[in-house]
Write a protein that binds this ligand. Structure first.
Ligand code: BGC
Length: 737
């Protein structure tokens, strides 16, 4: 009897072990992902399927616990890894292990015009995301810079579709190398914050395809993005998060996107549309994306009980559901269930160095008369630093991109550290802007309260400035509401807090005046001729002060170029002259069509304050004459342009050589010229490099909305080499046969 029992137990054990040993297909890493997805799908119940397509907390969605399929965890994005919030509240979870390196804002990354640095950015932030066990990074943002009033421009990559396309691709690849998905946002036409949940964008197809979509297309087709975030706004009277044209027709059918479409937080408004029109994952419903929350509302999501009910009533089948589940599972296999992904790392010296390098290369020297910069420390005894932004921490605030940084070096601290005892550094506040410093419970810990009157503050600043060898005014915008911040737009192009007046007074007092503008947007500079040097400083993250100081004293030679136009006044921007911003009665019309940024200013012959692509160096560059390998190009062929660029100055530097194409005669109105290639060349003093660009007909094409295709028309073209869109160095003509 005993022996029989023993044999039965043994055989049960054997069956159990062999059953466990036989890996189900979905867990078998040697099998192709699609097979694993189908296998997992076939094992799931209806309720399990519904569960994985909507959130279970502010930033996570459930897996399938029964099958060992893990949850998906998301994080903002796009400048660092957001600190942990509570399960169902926006307030801090109070973790002490979630402080990150804050990388420079994406406007700064775009200003580097350096794809290698974009890869480094993606790799570094991807490593931080991975270390924090995030599966999806909510970024990068690539909405086109249409108006300088858009509160979120600092999270995006500027006004030009080609530049944004080139910069976004390496970022995505870098992030995804870590087994973390980049969730590219906000698809599409999210170009303002005013009425962001309801505004309906009216845009013609040509502008849609030529201006607003190319960076998203590149993100999908060249970057291979695993996720994309639907936008809050409406288009063709349908929400971006369940928009038939954008999600089904274009993203899935035209571009072949195989990733998951994630809603923006609170961007889903209609269950049936969301089911039918290509949304895969619902997040943040019953919130305004920022503050409100309704405890345990997750079961009430559109993609929860509402969806189930429609299925049970027979009003929808399960075909769309299965497709959504496939997309979510695929995302899961690529990220959470990827066993060979690296471990990541956080707060490392390498990440700090990456942040600093990107900041240094993105800073743009806008103006530099009388070689005011770099500051010559041999001839400088006293440096006056003035302005609130010299001391204000900027990584906290601005909306969902707000961070809890491991550290943040202010401009003043960076300057002081770099100068040491080589000169005296004296600070005066000059004005009080916004003394607060908190976001969703993260506090800067700075006490910036100051009871002095504006007159007292000005007086002190002028006294400090008077006998200084150089005055560095660090001002601009901040992350407060109606500045560079999510949820609202700016109210004007002007600098806030009476800074214009203060700058003028300082410039009257001391001729050696440098303005460092901290912003993610263009600002008006009515004092542009009164100051000697202007530096565009962006929001630079943890390494702000170090990067700024190294540019100011010349340890780093600036090589950033503007990713958008600085207009003299608001009306010079097309959205504010012939277009509409921010629209009315729920509608905004992009009447300017494709004429956005420099495309508009050049067409109308409007002199910009600083042009797209502009940026100076501490050295000088001489351009040769552009040559071409042929005079005639066929529709199937390619053409190559070469230009010699020489560093004609005294120190090493990098120049962004830009190729613009002009269609001399066309059946449709076209911009005077459009950026079609660029290269950043680093040159030693005296060194010459031949920069070559090869293009095909895609660089010559426009989008013909009637035919719904890209068309290159035979005829004459110009290849224009510029140091900016306005500073043309050399041109040549060629013919497309
Ligand atoms: C923003 C997104 C962000 C999300 C989650 C939304 O309000 O528009 O960019 O990723 O919140 O924080």
């Amino acid at each position: 009897m005993k022996t029989i029992k023993f044999v039965i137990i043994l055989s049960l054990l054997f069956n159990f072990v062999s059953a466990r040993e036989k890996k189900p297909v979905y867990l078998d890493e040697t099998k192709p992902i699609e097979e694993r997805v189908e296998d997992a799908l076939s094992r799931m119940t209806l309720n399990e399927k519904i569960a994985i397509i909507h959130a279970q907390s502010k930033f996570s969605s459930p897996g399938v616990a029964r099958l060992g399929i893990p949850e998906l965890w998301m994080s903002d994005g796009p400048h660092g890894i957001r600190p942990e919030v509570l399960w169902d509240e926006w307030e801090q979870a109070g973790w002490t292990n979630d402080s990150c390196i804050a990388f420079p804002a994406l406007t700064c990354l775009a200003s580097t015009w350096n794809e290698d640095l974009s890869l480094l950015y993606g790799q570094s932030i991807g490593e931080e995301a991975r270390y924090r066990e995030k599966d999806v990074l909510l970024g990068p943002g690539i909405n086109i810079y249409r108006s300088p009033l858009n509160g979120r421009n600092f999270e995006y990559m500027g006004e030009d579709p080609y530049l944004a396309s080139q910069i976004v691709v390496p970022y995505i690849k870098g992030v995804q190398q870590n087994g973390v998905a980049a969730c590219v946002k906000h698809y599409a036409l999210n170009n303002q914050e005013t009425d962001r949940h309801t505004i309906n964008v009216n845009v013609d197809d040509r502008a849609l395809y030529e201006i607003y979509l190319p960076a998203f297309k590149a993100a999908v087709q060249k970057g291979g993005a695993w996720a994309i975030m639907g936008s809050y706004n409406r288009y063709q009277n349908q929400q971006g998060c369940h928009n038939e044209r954008l999600l089904l027709e274009i993203l899935r059918n035209e571009w072949g996107f195989d990733g998951a479409v994630v809603s923006d937080w609170g961007g889903v408004h209609n269950t049936m549309e969301a089911i039918k029109n290509g949304l895969d994952l619902e997040f943040g419903t019953w919130t305004d994306g920022l503050t409100m929350g309704a405890t345990n509302s997750y079961d009430n999501y559109h993609f929860a009980s509402s969806y189930l009910e429609l299925i049970k009533k027979g009003e929808v089948g399960t075909e769309e559901l299965d497709q959504k589940v496939r997309n979510v599972l695929r995302l899961n296999f690529r990220t959470a269930m990827n066993r060979i992904k690296p471990w990541g790392s956080m707060g490392s010296p390498e990440h700090a160095a990456a942040a600093r390098k990107i900041a240094e290369e993105g800073i743009v020297l806008l103006k530099n008369e009388k070689n005011t910069l770099p500051i010559d420390l041999n001839k400088t005894e006293k440096i006056a630093v003035i302005g609130e932004n010299a001391i204000k921490m900027m990584t906290v605030g601005g909306g969902s991109s707000s961070l809890k940084a491991l550290y943040e070096i202010s401009p003043l601290d960076g300057i002081k550290k770099r100068i040491g005892d080589l000169a005296q550094v004296v600070y005066a506040r000059g004005y009080v802007g916004d003394a607060s410093g908190s976001y969703n419970g993260v506090v800067t810990g700075q006490d910036l309260s100051d009871d002095r009157s504006p007159e007292e503050l000005t007086k002190e600043a002028l006294e400090v400035a008077e006998d200084a060898d150089v005055v560095i005014f660090v001002g601009g915008l901040n992350k407060s509401q109606h500045q560079d911040s999510e949820g609202a737009d700016r109210l004007s192009l002007d600098l806030p807090y009476n800074q214009d007046e203060l700058i003028r007074k300082l410039a009257d007092t001391n001729k050696s005046m440098v303005v460092v503008n901290i912003s993610g947007n263009a600002v008006a500079m009515p004092w542009v001729n009164d100051v000697q040097a202007i530096v565009q400083g962006w929001f630079l993250g943890s390494e702000t002060g170090n990067a700024l100081a190294s540019v100011l004293v010349g340890d780093a030679n600036p090589s950033g170029k503007l990713p958008f136009t600085f207009p003299v006044k608001l009306e010079d921007n097309s959205a504010h002259s012939i277009g509409e911003f921010p629209g009315k009665d729920g509608q905004v019309h992009y009447k300017e069509s494709i004429f956005v940024g420099y495309r508009w200013q050049e067409k109308e012959n409007i002199e910009p304050l600083f042009s797209f692509g502009h940026g100076l160096s501490y050295t000088t560059f001489k351009y040769g004459k552009v040559t071409t390998d042929k005079k005639e190009m066929t529709m199937e062929g390619k053409i190559t342009f070469s230009v010699d660029v020489t560093n004609s100055g005294m120190r090493e530097g990098a120049e962004v050589v830009q190729l613009y194409i002009r269609d001399v005669k066309s059946s449709l109105t076209r911009p005077m010229k459009e950026l079609k290639a660029f290269e950043k060349a680093t040159l030693h003093p005296g060194e010459t490099k031949s920069v070559t660009f090869t293009i095909d007909k895609s660089a010559l094409s426009f989008f013909d909305a009637d035919k719904h295709e890209w068309v290159a028309e035979p005829g004459n073209f110009e290849a224009i080499i510029g140091a900016s869109s306005a500073e043309v160095k050399s041109k040549t003509t060629f013919i497309l046969k």
